[in-house]
Structures are given as C-alpha cells and as structure tokens.
Design a protein around this ligand. Structure first.
Ligand code: IMP
Ligand code: MG
Length: 182
C-alpha cells in the first residue's frame, strides 16, 4: 500500500505494548483488573495488551459512535454497545487507540464514574497533544505523535486499514488534505 508511510513498525509497537503490560502488572499487583476497550479502534491494541498483562483480568467492550463535525469530534458520544457486566467496586482500565481532542475520553470517564468503579485509569496507545481541547489524564501511554492522520493497528480511515500490522500515515491525496471526517 504505497499511500501509507510507516510511522511505527510492528516491532516498535510490540516492544512498547510489552512495557505497558509490565507496568500495569506491577501497579496492580495482588489485584484484579477490568479492561474496558473502546470499540472499534482499540481492538487490536487491546488484544495484544491483554496478553502482556499478568493479572486476573476481565475484558469488556464499549462501543461508541462520536458525532463529529468535519475535522473534530464533538465529544458527544453515543453508546452503541454497552458493558456486559457491572464495574461497581472494580479497578477499571479504559483502553483507547488514540487520544486526539480528548473529548471522547473525557465523556467516557464521566460516564464510567457514574457506575461507581473503585478506580479508573486510562491507557492509550497514541496521543496527539497538538489537538488537545480538554486535558485528560493518560496513565499509560504508548507513543506521543505529531498532528498527522494515522491508520493501522486498529485505526481506520473510513473503516479501512484497521488490519495493517503497523501504524502509518496516509498521504494527503488519500485522506483529502486538511478536512478529515472522523
Ligand atoms: P477525540 O475525542 O478527538 O480524542 O477522538 C478520538 C477518536 O477519534 C479516536 O478514538 C479515533 O477513533 C479517532 N481518531 C482521532 N485521530 C485519529 C487518527 O489519526 N486516525 C484514526 N482515527 C483517529
Ligand atoms: Mg475511529
């Protein structure tokens, strides 16, 4: 796929995921954890991260659709698939593919807090600080990246490219320059 330029290779990602898994395992030693994975983007990352964590681990999914206007997400998210079990009293790790404006994570943290977990931390593979609109705590972060539209390893452009084993940037002629619908 010549329209894609590699930004993070599968080997780089795998090494970082191992480090994140080891840090999470250390921090929650002696406890159990519920991973809440935000669909669809985090499904590849979550699958690898789960196998890098050595704890009694429950895995839940949260399907969200965000109502963005043109280039930015509004932060108003509709839940398209809810958790299968309550998280009351549980230690929760919210797993995202990328924190861009931060609006989606901020909204999901508000929502999950109403379910009375014992704690919530955020783990995101990527962060684009240049586009931050609302500050969000990212307790475990894979990589900080520049303000480029990236695809692969779960991330899509119009639902395509999620299956790429690496993370790459799209040539502007493919995504249409500055105006990126999300
Ligand atoms: P936020 O609310 O702006 O932080 O939006 C985060 C969501 O926007 C992510 O979960 C992704 O689905 C999507 N997104 C943001 N930047 C990118 C990108 O560069 N590539 C693919 N999806 C992205
Ligand atoms: Mg997306």
């Amino acid at each position: 796929m010549s329209e894609i330029k590699t930004l993070l290779s599968s080997a780089q990602i795998a090494e970082r995921v191992r480090e994140l898994g080891a840090a999470i395992t250390r921090d929650y030693e002696g406890r159990s954890l519920v991973m809440v994975c935000v669909l669809k983007g985090s499904f590849v990352f979550a699958a690898d991260l789960a196998r890098a964590i050595d704890l009694p681990l429950r895995i839940e999914f949260l399907g969200v659709r965000s109502y963005g206007h043109g280039t930015s997400s509004s932060g108003v998210v509709q839940i398209t698939y809810d958790l299968g079990y309550p998280i009351e009293g549980e230690d929760v790790l919210l797993v995202e593919d990328i924190v861009d404006t931060g609006l989606t994570i901020a909204h999901l943290l508000d929502l999950l807090h109403t379910r009375l977990p014992r704690s919530i931390k955020v783990c995101s593979l990527l962060h684009k600080p240049a586009r931050s609109v609302t500050p969000v705590p990212i307790d475990y972060l894979g990589f900080t990246i520049e303000d480029r539209f990236v695809v692969g390893y779960g991330l899509d452009r119009a639902e395509i490219y999620r299956n790429l084993p690496f993370i790459g940037t799209l040539a502007p002629h493919v995504y249409g320059g500055e105006h990126i619908p999300r």
